[in-house]
Design a protein around this ligand. Structure first.
Ligand code: 13P
Length: 257
């Protein structure tokens, strides 16, 4: 069903200097051919996009922004729109990351960002995830709500036109921990099936089957293989380990064809 894996690096605010960003990008540019079958996407802090884009040049490594404004143009001091990040070299945007939701982004704002991304011609990596580990299963309804509200009004099928959509399932309790505390592959597989089913309720079935579902939350070289094989995901959204070349390379190696 999924031809290629996506391995995305969310640099968050771990990388704050253009020199450091350029160094990582230069190494990945040299190595990208070693990972056939992998679509690599890097999400640096927005002001570092031009520096990274310049280093990457015409490689297949794609760039994305970590968020965008719900607005497009106008009197919105401090906002950065989809058009701006696109102009700086981004083709993707992360929407609804839990760290943005924790800073006050609501489901409605996430939905507005999805629309703004689409209008700007950016591919959307929609992040969903429950806050607490819930053995009773109540978190499934949180995920369903996050998906349905974010994709409310999204044209059907979503892959139509130029906008692609990928889901990054990132349980908040598993973010920024150790690999041992990440989600177990069996639990992940169950969630991936649930997300797929929910997507088929929201979108055209063919389109829903095409949406890549990634996992994020304490992925590194030690757990990536099992999560990929047994979790049923189409790749990873990697935080901290994506800023460490060796750790990121290990994950890319696991995902190559
Ligand atoms: P970590 O890989 O650092 O746990 O972060 C995951 C994440 O939030 C990626 O968006």
């Amino acid at each position: 069903m999924v031809k290629k894996y996506i391995v995305a690096g969310n640099w968050k605010l771990y990388i704050e200097r253009a020199e450091e960003a350029k160094k990582i990008a230069a190494v990945l540019k040299r190595k990208v051919k070693l990972f056939p079958g992998v679509d690599m996407v890097l999400f640096p802090p927005a002001p570092l996009l031009p520096a990274v884009a310049q280093v990457l040049g015409k490689t297949s490594v794609a760039l994305g922004a970590q968020t965008i404004s719900v607005f497009s143009g106008g009197a919105h001091t401090g906002d950065v729109s989809g058009a701006v990040v696109k102009d700086l070299g981004a083709s993707w945007v992360l929407v609804g990351h839990s760290e943005r939701r924790a800073a006050g982004e609501t489901n409605d704002m996430v939905c507005a960002q999805v629309r703004a991304a689409k209008n700007a011609g950016l591919h959307v990596m929609l992040c969903v995830g429950e806050k607490e580990k819930d053995h009773g299963g109540a978190h499934f309804s949180d995920i369903a709500l996050q998906l349905s509200s974010a994709l409310n009004g999204f044209s059907n099928p979503p892959a139509g036109g130029r906008t692609r959509i990928a889901i990054a399932y990132e349980p908040v309790w598993a973010i920024g921990k150790t690999a041992a505390e990440a989600m177990q592959p069996g639990e992940l597989e169950e969630m991936v099936i649930f997300i797929r089913k929910t997507l088929t309720d929201i979108l055209d079935r063919t389109a829903a089957l095409r949406v890549p579902i990634l996992y994020g939350g304490s992925v590194d070289g030690s757990n990536a293989r099992q999560l990929l094989r047994e979790g049923g995901v189409s790749g990873f959204l990697v935080g901290r380990a994506s800023t460490d070349i060796d750790a990121f390379t290990e994950i890319l190696n696991v995902c190559k064809k």
